[in-house]
Design a binder for this molecule. Structure first.
Ligand code: NAI
Ligand code: AKG
Length: 448
């Protein structure tokens, strides 16, 4: 075993001993630590400053009760959290997730990833994540609004444009952000950009809604371009059917690709000759009513109950649903189907085993902290517009989004230590580029 391998194991043993049940958090930290350790071991000053140990411990975790009344008048109770992980590069920044599966481990993995993702954008943003174990599925709009108001009754004490600026994530879209922002206004009597993802008529940025999916496609094109290839004519399998998946699908089609799948937790819709704009409109309508893709059965689409997208032959896979949705056997299926590239719209959608399988096979792999950073980058633009009391045009924001994705891709290439002949390991390079910027700031700030 190498020195770096031994040091990574020792680091992970200590982390796991501290919080033995936080499996997702362990996975996210190990991905980073194993990538940066060979470089870190050579940085005596960073090691003396305990940078890696401090970075893997959140600045603080706020946990609180969220009580709310359902439509039948019964009081319901959920748990809310905000994990403020690191603000060395700027105010805490990261989304809010409402889902039954949310717990401290999930939010710590997301918050930890967010530090390096935000660092990669080059913008002044720290890393955080929050949310609640509240499942919006099956809840009425009024129940969701009451939940959001109760959630903000506590959260407003901990956020603000120079402190912490949450946004949406799974289960928190434009409607929820609007209600959360309304509650924030009432509680603080102050209009400033304490949340991003707001509606464009009241302080939101053009393209924020689309930015994560669009940015993922731009990043995929940059990876393919570095291999003198393009997205045009490629078969693209996408999972999920929410904000990120649908915007990635629309942009991929616009760029000449054939999007062959979308999915939800119930199954997958397949169109072998490529999904069309009217399919996206139907899916959007169903999802707006919190329906299932199975409702599309019989609409000319092939719906496969209980299946995942990865069994459908594709050149490019874009997992855009949730963490660990691509398991080792899915990776094997993708390889059998001839996949050439995987570009993550979701956060940590591959298990460590799946990622290892694809790496061994030489598949291009754009990790979420690089490829899905377009969303938070446009959130950063929304913060700038709010601070300047300005509103940029759609074209201006899209142009800046493309520049950001190009910048992230360039930072990854800067870390590629091959001679140009070898393939770029985007996972290693993104981790190293994101980490180095944060580590240098931490060393400069002294010990806290
Ligand atoms: N919204 C944003 O700007 C950003 C989102 N992300 C990540 O992208 C992913 C998707 O987020 P959004 O699209 O915003 O959420 P969303 O709530 O709009 O959509 C999530 C979608 O995933 C599907 N889904 C959930 N579990 C699934 C499973 N096990 N298998 C298949 N489909 C499943 C749901 O049916 C839904 O269609 C998450 O990992 C999120 O953290 C990353 C960066 C920014
Ligand atoms: O826009 C933001 O602040 C956060 C986006 C997000 O949650 C993510 O990048 O995973």
């Amino acid at each position: 075993m190498t020195d770096a391998g031994r040091a990574t194991d020792e680091f992970m043993d200590a982390l796991k001993a501290r919080d033995p049940h936080e499996k997702e958090f362990h996975q996210a930290v190990e991905d980073v630590v194993s990538a940066v350790m060979p470089w870190y071991l050579e940085q005596d000053d960073l090691r003396r400053a305990g940078v890696l140990e401090r970075l893997a411990e959140p600045d603080r975790t706020i946990s609180f009760r969220v009580a709310w009344e359902d439509d039948a008048g019964a009081v319901q109770m959920n748990r809310g959290w905000r994990v403020q992980f690191s603000h060395v590069l700027g105010p805490y920044k990261g989304g809010l997730r409402f889902a039954a599966s949310v717990d401290q481990s999930v939010l710590k993995f997301l918050g930890f990833e967010q530090i390096l993702k935000n660092s990669l954008t080059g913008l002044p943003m720290g890393g955080a994540k929050g949310g609640a174990d509240f499942d919006p599925k099956g809840r009425s709009d009024r129940e969701i609004a009451r939940f959001c108001q109760s959630f903000m009754a506590e959260l407003h004490r901990h956020i603000g444009p120079d402190i912490d600026v949450p946004a949406g994530d799974m289960g928190v879209g434009a409607e929820e952000i609007s209600v959360l922002f309304g509650a924030y206004l009432r509680l603080t009597n102050t209009w400033h950009g304490a949340l991003t993802g707001k509606g464009c008529t009241f302080g939101g940025s053009p393209v924020r809604l689309e930015a994560t999916g669009y940015g993922c496609v731009y990043f995929c094109e940059l990876m393919l371009g570095a291999r003198d290839d393009t997205l045009e004519g490629k078969r693209v399998a996408i999972s999920g059917s929410g904000n990120v998946a649908l915007h990635a699908a629309e942009k991929a089609v616009e760029r000449g690709a054939k999007v062959v799948t979308l999915s939800d937790s119930g199954g997958v819709v397949v169109r072998e000759d490529g999904l069309r704009q009217d399919d996206f409109a139907d899916i959007r309508r169903i999802k707006a009513g919190r329906g299932r893709l199975s409702e599309l059965d019989g609409a000319g689409l092939d719906y496969r109950d209980g299946a995942k997208p990865w069994g459908v032959e594709c050149d490019v896979a874009m997992p855009c649903a949730t963490q660990n949705e691509v398991e080792e056997e899915d990776a094997a299926t993708l390889l059998d189907g001839g996949v050439k590239a995987i570009c993550e719209g979701a956060n940590m959608p591959l298990t460590a085993e799946a990622a290892g399988r694809l790496r061994e096979a030489g598949v291009l792999h754009g990790p979420g902290k690089a490829s899905n950073a377009g969303g938070v980058a446009v959130s950063g633009f929304e913060q700038s517009q709010n601070a300047q009391r300005q509103s940029w045009s759609r074209d201006e924001v899209d142009r800046r989004l493309k520049e950001i994705m190009k910048g992230i891709h360039g930072r990854c290439l800067d870390m590629h230590d091959g001679d140009g002949a070898g393939e770029v390991d985007y996972v290693r390079c993104a981790n190293l580029a994101g980490f180095r910027r944060v580590a240098q700031a931490m060393r400069s700030f002294g010990v806290f």
